[in-house]
Design a protein around this ligand. Structure first.
Ligand code: AMP
Length: 319
C-alpha cells in the first residue's frame, strides 16, 4: 500500500539509496533542524538520530540546536563536541539561513525537507512537498532503508511530528499516505494520548495571554484578522518567542476570516506567523523574504510600514 501511495515521490525513490550511502561513509553524523523548532522539527531530528543510533551502533550520531523546553517530552538535544568533518543532515529546514547550527567548510550536507525548495542547498537533497511533514518523509525513507531500527522512541518522535504539522490530522496536508504512515507508527508501544496532552498542555500565563491576544484582535473587512504583539507584552506575560506565537490559530474557526496572522515584535524585527484557509500565501511571503507552505507561511519584516505593505499585498489577492 505504501509503495502505491509513494510512487509519485520521485526524489524519495531516486535518492534514498544515495543518502544511505553517504551515511554509511561517515563515522560521525550531526543532525540539525530549523531555529524556533516546532514538533515536526524536533520529532524528525530526534526520530532520525535515534533510528541511526539503533542502526549503526559504532557511529557517533548527535542532534544539535537550541533547546525548546516545551518540546522536552520528545527527547533532548546533545552537547556540542569536537568532531572530525561529520556528515550534516538538515531536516525540516527550507532555507540555509534558518538552520540552527553551523556548517564548516568541507562538511558534506544533506537536506531532507517537505517545504517548497526555494533555497536548494546541500550536496544531496530530498525534498518532497506532497508529504505532510519532515517526520512523514523520514518514516518513508526508513521504510526504504530498513524498518528494523524503528523502536518505540523513534515511532513516538515521528508520530508527534506528524500530529504537529497536520494540526492533529485536521489540515489539508493530511493525505491517505499520512494516515497510513501514522497507523504504522501508532502500532508501536508509546502513549500517543499522553504525548498529545503533553504537546498541548498550556500554563495559566499562556491562557491569560490568549485572552489578551483576543482582546487586541484586529478584523479587516477584506477577511484578514491579526493581533500585533509588542515585545513588552511578551515580557509582561513572561513568555518565550515560541510560546508567544503558539496561538496563531485562534482565528482559524471564525467564519469571516480568510487570512490571519500574529505579528510578534522580536528585537528590531517583526515576526509574522501567517495562515490562510484557501488562498495561497507562500508566494506573497516569498516576495517579502519569507517562505513556507501554501497555507502556512512565515516572514520577518523590518517595521510597521513593511507590515502595512504586506497587508495591502494580501488584500490585493483577496479581492
Ligand atoms: P511558522 O509560522 O513559524 O510556523 O512558519 C510556517 C511555515 O513558514 C513553516 O514551514 C516555516 O518553515 C516557514 N517560515 C517561517 N518563517 C520563515 C521565514 N522567515 N522565512 C522562510 N520561511 C519561513
Amino acid at each position: 500500500m505504501l509503495k502505491e501511495l509513494t510512487q509519485n515521490l520521485s526524489e524519495l525513490n531516486s535518492k534514498a539509496k544515495d543518502v544511505l550511502t553517504l551515511i554509511e561513509q561517515h563515522d560521525q553524523i550531526v543532525i540539525l533542524r530549523h531555529q524556533k523548532p516546532d514538533p515536526d522539527a524536533y520529532g524528525a531530528q530526534l526520530g532520525l538520530r535515534n533510528y541511526l543510533r539503533n542502526k549503526y551502533k559504532d557511529k557517533d550520531i548527535i542532534a544539535l540546536g537550541g533547546l525548546e523546553p516545551s518540546l522536552d517530552f520528545l527527547g533532548e538535544m546533545d552537547e556540542e563536541k569536537p568532531l572530525n568533518s561529520p556528515l550534516i543532515i538538515a531536516v525540516d529546514t527550507a532555507n540555509l539561513d534558518r538552520l540552527d547550527g553551523t556548517i564548516e567548510a568541507g562538511n558534506k550536507l544533506v537536506k531532507i525537507d517537505h517545504h517548497p525548495d526555494v533555497d536548494p542547498f546541500g550536496d544531496l537533497s530530498i525534498v518532497e512537498t506532497a508529504v505532510s511533514s519532515a517526520s512523514e518523509l523520514l518514516y518513508l525513507l526508513m521504510d526504504l532503508w530498513d524498518t528494523h531500527p524503528i523502536d518505540n522512541e523513534v515511532a513516538a518522535c515521528l508520530y508527534m511530528g506528524i500530529v504537529g504539522d497536520t494540526g492533529r490530522f485536521l489540515y489539508n496536508n493530511t493525505s491517505p499516505l499520512t494516515l497510513q504512515v501514522a497507523s504504522r507508527l501508532i502500532d508501536f508501544e508509546f502513549d500517543a494520548a499522553k504525548l498529545n496532552n503533553q504537546m498541548h498542555q498550556s500554563t495559566k500565563k499562556a491562557f491569560m495571554y490568549k485572552g489578551w491576544l483576543i482582546s487586541q484582535a484586529v478584523f479587516l473587512d477584506s477577511g484578514i484578522a491579526y493581533t500585533y504583539v509588542p515585545e513588552e507584552v511578551i515580557k509582561e506575560f513572561d513568555l518565550s518567542m515560541s510560546e508567544a506565537g503558539l496561538d496563531v490559530n485562534i482565528f482559524r474557526d471564525i467564519d469571516e476570516v480568510k487570512v490571519w496572522f500574529l505579528a510578534l515584535e522580536d528585537k528590531d524585527q517583526i515576526r509574522i506567523r501567517l495562515r490562510s484557509k484557501e488562498i495561497v500565501i507562500n508566494d506573497i511571503a516569498g516576495e517579502f523574504g519569507g517562505g513556507g507552505h501554501p497555507l502556512a507561511s512565515g516572514i520577518r519584516v523590518s517595521d510597521k510600514n513593511e507590515l502595512e505593505a504586506l497587508i495591502e499585498r494580501i488584500e490585493e489577492k483577496l479581492v
